[in-house]
Design a protein around this ligand. Structure first.
Ligand code: ARG
Ligand code: MN
Ligand code: MN
Length: 299
């Protein structure tokens, strides 16, 4: 992995309805992310947070989409920041914020690769569009938008689309999918390791398969890690918890295997909501996982 990491916070909470996830970047910083990564031997630049402001919450009466304009504006800012980080040759590490910010991260990184891969570590598919969304929440749509599906305002951020091809994504940890998402997954043959496969194969095999699959077809891999992929026992501070999730040890192992494989070229950790958390447990967990992802070893 690159020896310099640039961190940017995206204090976004407009992609869903539970207030507080805008404090995610602070919670992760307070859990000691900078010190932790420096300890491993990286040079870390904290670029601070993008400005999101306090726009009035709105729902489009026609599409049901919530806060579209504000989400687009913020993602354009994030895309630009991430683009700058890539141009400098640093590793971009984005702290969320709700998952809608993945649209901006991917817009910033994807053009630097011929064939970017994405690992979507999440209880959800985030493959909805306005037509299939049960909620109108854009944090349920970023993977769809990055694949070129949904509102033009979302798919065209960064001035190009799609950001990623269907065959280049691997979803890990899925256990809550909406009907339209299931249909899309089947129709496009998207690679998904649900909790069933994780139970059945074990995380070692899931990651071995994921890594070799992506190595074959991509020249870079973005890790989009939604803390709700983990069981709420380990990650209570998330807005849309789903029981029966991945555990702490499995997730740690997954990150260590990615570190060993040296395939990850950018990452984001999203959906940490300190208001819903217990003494920053979820923020601390995020930093533990970052430690593993960036190569921390006990001995
Ligand atoms: N990034 C997330 N936590 N997404 C949850 C999405 C939940 C649901 N599928 C929706 O579209 O509203
Ligand atoms: Mn999720
Ligand atoms: Mn998500």
């Amino acid at each position: 992995m690159k020896k310099r990491i640039s961190i940017v916070g995206a204090p976004m909470d407009l992609g869903q309805l539970r207030r507080g996830v805008d404090m995610g970047p602070s919670a992760i910083r307070y859990a000691g992310v900078i010190e932790r990564l420096e300890q491993i031997g990286y040079e870390v630049h904290d670029m601070g947070d993008i400005q999101i402001g306090r726009p009035k919450l709105v729902t489009d009466p026609k599409t049901g989409l919530r806060n579209l304009e504000a989400v687009v504006t913020a993602n354009k800012k994030l895309a630009e920041k991430v683009d700058n980080i890539m141009r400098r040759g640093d590793f971009p590490l984005v702290l969320g914020g709700d998952h809608s910010i993945a649209i901006g991260t991917l817009a910033g990184v994807s053009k630097y690769f011929n064939s970017l891969g994405v690992i979507w570590y999440d209880a959800h598919g985030d493959l909805n569009t306005a037509e299939t969304s049960p909620s109108g929440n854009i944090h349920g749509m970023p993977l769809a938008a990055s694949l070129g599906l949904g509102e033009n305002e979302l798919t065209e951020i960064g001035g190009y689309f799609p950001k990623v091809k269907f065959e280049n994504i691997v979803i890990i940890g899925a256990r809550a999918l909406d009907p339209g998402e299931k249909q899309l997954i089947k129709e496009k043959g998207i690679k998904v390791y649900t909790m069933h496969e994780i139970d059945r194969l074990g995380m070692t095999r899931v990651m071995e398969e994921t890594i070799s699959y992506l190595k074959e077809r991509t020249d870079g891999v973005h890790l989009s890690l939604d803390l709700d992929a983990l069981d709420p026992l380990f990650a209570p501070g998330v807005g849309t918890p789903v029981v029966g999730g991945i555990d702490y040890r499995e997730s740690n192992l997954a990150m260590e295997m990615l570190a060993e494989a040296e395939i990850i070229t950018s990452a984001e950790f999203v959906e940490v909501n300190p208001i819903l958390d217990e003494r920053n447990k979820t923020g601390i967990l995020a930093v533990d996982l970052m430690g593993a992802l960036f190569g921390e070893r006990l001995l």
